[in-house]
Design a binder for this molecule. Structure first.
Ligand code: UD1
Length: 421
């Protein structure tokens, strides 16, 4: 099992390229199920969740080729409509195959994802939405079994915007008979990327980039190509890393409108930002970090996937800040680990109250989930002395070669294999 050894205190400097967005890829890949033939996804990031999705799609009979960030998927010979527990337990996004399989084959059997490291994550909105499209759905021995001879368009109002439910039902609705309206749909850029891909496949969708999507079902989609959008969470993580180390970096390929909530919080914290066409630069050489409160929300609000990183940043702020997560109420497993580095944080319900300290001190800490791991790496980069981050397999799920990117910016970080668990 790998761990990172970080000797903190090095200012990050230089330029770094942002990879394709994990959460976009995980929706685009199953969308290819909707058509027969070869689709090509450009700028697909090479990270473990993508490899897990490839394995699941291979198991369904989809042939894949992946090199140089170009992922080709041939869906001519899909032989199975079953997503087994072994895959879904590794990655919840596996549930994205449900809508497309059901729409194209009239049948899908997908393991229920269960809970995750930060509590229960229901999929009731996915199931209720598909039922509204006329699917018969039963839960048997931990599996969702969905059947339908012909999905039929419907008006669906989401009680809350869900990225996964919007994606799943949107994909299914493309092959339903008649018109579907999704009200209060998620507007995350990854959903917009998916909508664009479906349109490229021939789907008839109005309302791209808004919370009301209107889909006129058609009989058949065709394979298509698309560029995956850049990963706004990777971009945000690297910008916070620069701010925490009083560095000065430029990220290439990030889209500033996707990052607005993060950039504006960074500016409030005292970092200087310069935005040009293909580059966002941050200068934090002389920063005295202001305490800045954050409340997470659905896009365009501040992303929950950047909550842990912001808490890590605020541990070094000049004053007290509060970070409230309204999306996942108990996603705070990083807090206990950050306190091992000298951070002063208390958690009350879904709020973390962070009292800034002058410095963090290196220690051994353990990753508990993907973004929690990122927050520990950030803290380790800024801490005095050596930090060891154990169980970086969590981080490898969603960041592409993070330690190599950080190294290229001057960080002292090594990946070593370790018998420690
Ligand atoms: C996606 C992202 C994840 C991110 C999250 C919120 C992917 C692969 N993952 O996850 O990184 O943290 O969006 O931006 O894109 N909910 C329900 N019932 C449902 C579905 C969701 O109550 O059926 C709730 C969830 O518990 C949560 C909120 O809705 O409180 C948003 O979750 P959702 O947007 O669905 O998250 P995911 O799609 O699972």
């Amino acid at each position: 099992m790998d761990k990172f050894i970080i000797n903190g205190g090095k200012r990050l400097q230089g330029k770094v390229q942002i990879s394709g967005a994990k959460n976009a890829s995980l929706a685009l890949m199953p969308a290819t199920i909707l058509a027969s033939g070869e689709s090509v996804l450009y700028k697909t990031p090479e990270l473990n969740d993508v490899f897990t999705m490839i394995k699941l799609l291979n198991q369904l009979g989809i042939e894949t080729e992946f090199s140089n960030y170009i992922l080709s998927l041939n869906t001519n010979n899909i032989t199975s409509q079953i997503a087994p527990y072994e895959h879904v337990k590794k990655m919840r996004a596996s549930v994205y195959v449900l809508g497309p399989l059901l729409a194209r084959y009239g049948y899908a059997k997908v393991s229920l994802p269960g809970g995750c490291a930060w509590g229960p994550r229901p999929i009731n909105l996915h199931i209720e939405g598909l039922k509204k499209l006329g699917a018969q759905i039963e839960l048997e021995q931990g599996y969702i079994i969905a059947k339908s001879n012909q999905l039929v368009g419907a008006k669906i109002n989401f009680d809350k915007p869900s990225v996964g439910a919007t994606g799943n039902i949107l994909m299914a609705a493309c092959l339903a008979k008649g018109t579907t309206v999704l009200n209060n749909a998620a507007m995350e850029p990854e959903i917009t990327n998916l909508v664009q891909f479906l349109i490229n496949m021939g789907a008839k969708i109005n309302g791209i980039n808004t919370s009301i999507l209107e889909i006129e079902g058609i009989d058949e989609l065709k394979p298509a190509v698309i560029n995956t959008i850049p990963d706004r969470i990777e971009a945000g993580t690297l910008l916070v890393a620069a701010a925490m180390t009083k560095g000065n970096i430029s990220i290439e390929g990030g889209i500033d409108s996707h990052l607005y909530s993060i950039l504006s919080k960074l500016e409030d914290s005292g970092a200087k930002l310069t935005i040009s066409e293909n580059e966002i630069s941050i200068d934090a050489k002389d920063i005295v970090i202001n305490n800045v409160d954050v409340t997470t929300g659905v896009f365009p609000g501040y992303p929950t996937d950047m909550q842990a990183q912001w808490i890590a940043y605020m541990t070094l702020a000049n004053g007290v800040s509060t970070v409230i997560d309204t999306v996942y109420l108990d996603r705070f497993s990083h807090v206990g680990e950050l306190t091992r580095l000298g951070a002063e944080i208390t958690v009350q319900d879904n709020s973390a109250i962070i009292r800034g300290v002058p410095r963090l001190n290196g220690a051994k800490v353990m990753s508990t989930d993907l973004r929690a791991s990122a927050s520990l790496v950030l803290a380790g980069l800024a801490a005095e002395g050596t930090t060891e981050v154990l169980r970086v397999y969590h981080l490898d799920r969603g960041y592409e070669k993070l330690e190599q990117k950080l190294k290229s910016l001057g960080a002292d970080i090594e990946r070593v294999s370790s018998p420690e668990f």
